[in-house]
Write a protein that binds this ligand. Sequence first.
Ligand SMILES: [Zn+2]
Length: 294
Amino acid sequence: MSTTSSLDLQSFYPADLKILDVEETDDEIIIRMHSVSNNCTCHKCGAPLIKHHGSHHRKAQDLPILGKRVTLDMQIFDYNCSSDKCSGRFAATETFDGFLNYNSRMTERLEDFICLLAIETSCEASARIMNAMRVKVSGDTVIRLLVKRYKNQSPTVCGSTVGVDDFAFKKRHTYGTIIVDEKTHTPVAVLEGRDGKTLKEWLRQNQHVTAVTRDRASAYAKAVEEVLPDCMQIADRFHIHQNLMEAVNKVLGREIPATNAIPKDGESIEKETENQELSTSKEDGGKKNRIYCG
Ligand SMILES: [Zn+2]
């Protein structure tokens, strides 16, 4: 087995991106590269492009190297797309399939890692871990990456029983609706808003649904009632438990006084006990006394 004392950095990048030089600072490695390709694919219509239109600088983050942020500073080409779909005049920027998307500020392998981390932990935790590894990313960006991945997935066919609930993209600002297949326990759709409008659209395209478990929000109830009137609506276990706890809380609040006096000394306790015995005796009509005397 042969060993070497250095790594060939170029072998970690597409052959069409040639490394010009590498600059290293205390916390960052900047890799300057330029494109040597002579064709690419239009990201809008998929047509093959061969005519250069110009070039521009583009920066993107890559996976960190030994705790240092890696920035790719690239000189890449622009192309003219003359296909009918792009109306014959669309300036397409160069993409590198599987490595860098046309509008991304990160390489795909970095996005893959961030999304994996977010799924295993959470969006905010993922952002914090990546920041510790010198990658600049916020929790909101991680959410956007996950949503983008979700939108690019092929539509998932779900079973006839689904669960519907809301969640926050950004608490107190923007909310969404998630639909989960109750048999496979896998998410099948993430919709914008929680007012029921997007749920109605989704239900119209999934008329085979016969049962929906949901929270207590009237928006979801109305949406299901309107689009699928024969569909069974079921309150899920979490919300039934929540209902029960609220009811118990209300009863306790009504029946138990806000303050209960605690006797200060033994005399008070004795007095209290006497009063209780007297009260019990009156209630049972002096039955206890009669048994004692007899
Ligand atoms: Zn095109």
